[in-house]
Design a protein around this ligand. Sequence first.
Ligand code: GLA
Length: 382
Amino acid sequence: MLISIEKKYKELYNEKPLLVRSPGRVNIIGEHTDYNEGFVLPAAIDKAIYVAVGKRADEAIHLFSVDYKEAYQVLLSEIQPTKTWATYILGVVHQLVQRGYSIGGFNLVIDGDIPIGSGLSSSAAVECATVFALNELFSLGIDKMEMVQIAQKAEHEYAGVMCGIMDQFASMFGKKDQLIKLDCRSLEYQYEPLRLDGYKLVLFNTNVKHSLASSEYNIRRQQCEQGVAWVKMLYPEVNSLRDISMLMLDECVLPKDTLIYKRCKFVVEEIQRLLEACEYLEKGDIVSLGKKMFETHRGLSKEYEVSCKELDYLVDAVKGNHAVVGSRMMGGGFGGCTINIIKEGAIEEIAAMLCTEYKKVMQLDLITHVVAIGDGTAIQYL
Ligand code: GLA
């Protein structure tokens, strides 16, 4: 892939580009907790977006997507959101300009092997790759944490999804064989080795992405904010669901609205679940960690209501299988992948069985990925 993207760049612009790689991510547990100032436990994976960039002498931006075989050109002074793949790149440019960083025209060719719409954060990877590459190209001197914030803001303002910080953080800060335990309130983080002795992380891709995904995501965020506002009326010191207990929810939110209560309850419990899961991880108790993943799925499906029939089907289908210790939907929801912890020797058989059954029931192909945990955003040398 690297060779082909460099070749394409040379063919289009007749010079050697700077190459940057930025990975997708998985998340073991802690879903919809990032924008509620809770914890998350993601890791970068061995699938990535690649960009090849170089400066131009004029003030134009020339983009080319190898995947879509499509070009997009615009003047730096005239960028605006588009409904295409280019919006994630332009969103980053917009943030840089807004923050007063001085950039000029550039060429950029993009390619990657993160399946789009599969909940592996290909959009965060595009944003991180772009900000990293432009920082390098124009010697802007931006540190990684600010790059993450720029990438997240690009998603808010140019893609219209009010995402938390997890995806961009994991893509930028990922480290081989390590999970990142990130406190989304203080942005303090630590790497935790993932020791799965005899088990592997396996993704089953539903191959669906329901159109509800981004609108419902933003609604969930508002519902959480509403819950916090009600608690704050009685407890002015609270700022987020991170500060709120079940007792406070029972007292302040339950009498007002049962739907909002359900949403907030999930988040408060999920923050707690992650902390317990981390203790199991430290003890090497993968079976107990896996049980927490099933609990998370139940909450996401029944209380937070961001699952869908395809995801529920895949989790139910492996429940009770002694080789599968944990399974749940991953990411924002309404499609994408389930993440599973499965005994190494049983993966092939389970994947084959699921694939046949899924096709029969949903009339859809199931794609299996055995995940390796890799490094975060970096320059790629050929
Ligand atoms: C999406 C968002 C993240 C996070 C997850 C849910 O991936 O981009 O910020 O909120 O959903 O955990």
